[in-house]
Design a protein around this ligand. Structure first.
Ligand code: PEP
Ligand code: MN
Length: 337
């Protein structure tokens, strides 16, 4: 349920409603909006009795949220969520590009990439220190040492870091190194991991499970938000279909319904979505045209010798060209970038 406060409700009235929700053994989630504050209620197993809250001072109305995902739904929060980081906002105002190699392979690679990205106006570097690889014999990432490299890149170049957390064991270490914590497709329904990042103080970029429906994806976001972390970005990265011309089928058709049903920013990963570098620019531009809030794209100075996902990584000239094309398209679409 959602308790909508009157637009002139005082902080004391809001606090009183929050306390009343707790007195009923329920969890309050204050959601300040552009015109009024609403307070989401979770923790109930059956229907919540609205009469307990409707009579409180400053309350405008109580609304039942019909969707199974509550905090992630637009019914609960009409305004678009803007994810805030020290390196800028992620959300509908400006289309954002997060770029970098699949993995942290070594320090020079990360430094060289960070320097290039900053020189081209890209504010966020992606690179995995922990890598979920299909084969146990493939490069597994540099782990904690990789996180140290990312921290040094942030300090030296002032670039935001997006990096994956695979295991609750490393939550603290990844949270410290990351400006946005990535949860990979294979972990979209790792519920203990989702609960753990719900306790983190950094935003979470939640990849869509490779066979997840939109509702399952939003329920995964709900796990994070139910823990008190409302800064969640959804990221479409392709799903499994019968098609074999691409690594995955990038489901751009999920963007409009995801944005209609949820207030969370929606990003697209055209690299894992296609698996082939040649197709990345077209899908990146399509993502912008379809209403995505940004892309997460793999780029490497020497993709043919990358330790992971080289085939789908753009080289630097390729990324630079794509950035120019996206800027042109953003202008045509009346979007900022
Ligand atoms: C990645 O971003 O490098 C990655 C492993 O992504 P996904 O979880 O979508 O496969
Ligand atoms: Mn990758």
């Amino acid at each position: 349920m959602l308790v909508v406060m009157q637009s002139d409700a005082s902080p004391e009235q809001i606090a009183r409603v929050i306390a009343a929700i707790r007195e009923h053994d329920l969890t309050p989630h204050p959601l300040p909006g552009s015109t009024r504050t609403a307070i989401g209620i979770t923790g109930n197993t059956g229907a919540v009795d609205a009469s307990a809250f409707e009579a409180l001072a400053g309350v405008k109305e109580c609304i039942r949220v019909t969707k199974p995902y509550k905090l992630a739904s637009r019914e609960m929060h009409r305004d678009d969520t803007v994810v805030r980081t020290p390196f800028g906002d992620l959300g509908p105002k400006a289309f954002a590009v997060i770029a970098g190699p699949c993995s942290v392979e070594n320090e020079p690679l990360v430094m060289r990439t960070a320097e290039f990205l900053v020189s081209k106006g890209v504010r966020f570097l992606r690179a995995g220190a922990f890598k979920p690889r299909t084969s146990p014999y493939a490069f597994q990432g540099m782990g904690v040492e990789g996180l140290q490299i990312l921290k040094r890149a942030r300090e030296k170049f002032g670039i935001g870091i997006v990096t994956e957390l695979m295991d609750t064991e490393y939550a603290e270490a990844v949270e410290e190194a990351a400006d946005v914590i990535q949860i990979g497709t294979r972990n979209m329904q790792n519920f203990s991991l989702l609960k753990r990042v719900g306790k983190c103080r950094k935003p979470v970029l939640l990849k869509r499970g490779m066979s997840a429906t939109l509702e399952e994806w939003l329920m995964a976001a709900e796990y994070v938000m139910a823990g008190g972390n409302y800064q969640v970005i959804l990221c479409e990265r392709g799903v499994r279909t019968f098609s074999d011309h691409s690594r995955n089928t990038l489901d751009l058709s999920v963007i409009p319904p995801a944005k209609a049903l949820s207030h969370l920013p929606v990003f697209v990963d055209p690299s894992h979505g296609t698996g082939k570098r040649a197709y990345v620019p077209a899908m990146s531009k399509a993502a912008l045209a379809a209403g995505a809030d940004g892309i997460l794209v793999e780029a490497h100075p020497d993709p043919d010798h990358a330790l992971s996902d080289g085939a789908q990584s753009l080289d630097f000239p390729g990324l630079e060209k794509l950035l120019g094309e996206l800027r042109t398209l953003a202008t045509v679409l009346g979007r900022e970038m």
